[in-house]
Write a protein that binds this ligand. Structure first.
Ligand SMILES: [Zn+2]
Length: 165
């Protein structure tokens, strides 16, 4: 395991549950008349604040924004730029993971070691015995990190590297 995959911060179980509940609550505001696929996301700040985001679709499909980016844009525009966890959920029992664009967007603001919790729609529900994946915890939540979702990534620090003119 490379250092970037090590989870630096162990959240309390209470904070873990708070950010997951934030995602579940955010999903209720989803505007998804076209896909009919509601997604909720929530960010946890170092001070314990929860920032929620939902997917917001558009009749011009390309104008659609995902729940994860909604949460980040809301947070950044309110002056919050550091985060300690992200949770994502939907209406399906599977673990729904951030899309490629969102992974890159998250990369801009979050540490590679930041935990990302992917919660099934029926959270909390035990399905540990049915799962092979060691990242799936007893309550059915898949715990991963940004570094695992976006390996060998490009981020702001690469632009600081010295270059030959
Ligand atoms: Zn996305």
């Amino acid at each position: 395991m490379s250092p970037q995959n090590v989870v630096a911060l162990e959240l309390s179980l209470e904070d873990r549950e708070r950010v997951i509940q934030g995602a579940l609550q955010a999903k209720e505001s989803a505007y998804s008349p076209y896909s009919k696929f509601r997604v909720g996301a929530a960010l946890l700040t170092p001070s314990g604040e929860i920032i929620q985001g939902c997917n917001v679709e558009n009749a011009s499909y390309g104008g659609t924004i995902c729940a994860e980016r909604t949460a980040l844009v809301k947070a950044i525009s309110e002056g919050k730029k550091t985060f300690v966890a992200l949770a994502v959920t939907s209406d399906v029992a599977a673990h729904i993971s951030p899309c490629g664009i969102c992974r890159q967007f998250i990369r801009e603001f979050c540490a590679l070691s930041m935990p990302i919790y992917l919660a099934p729609s029926d959270h909390p529900a035990s399905r540990k015995s049915e799962e092979e994946d060691k990242n799936v915890k007893a309550d059915g939540v898949l715990e991963t990190t940004l570094g695992e979702l976006l390996p060998y990534s490009f981020g702001p620090e690469q632009l600081e590297l010295p270059r030959k003119s």
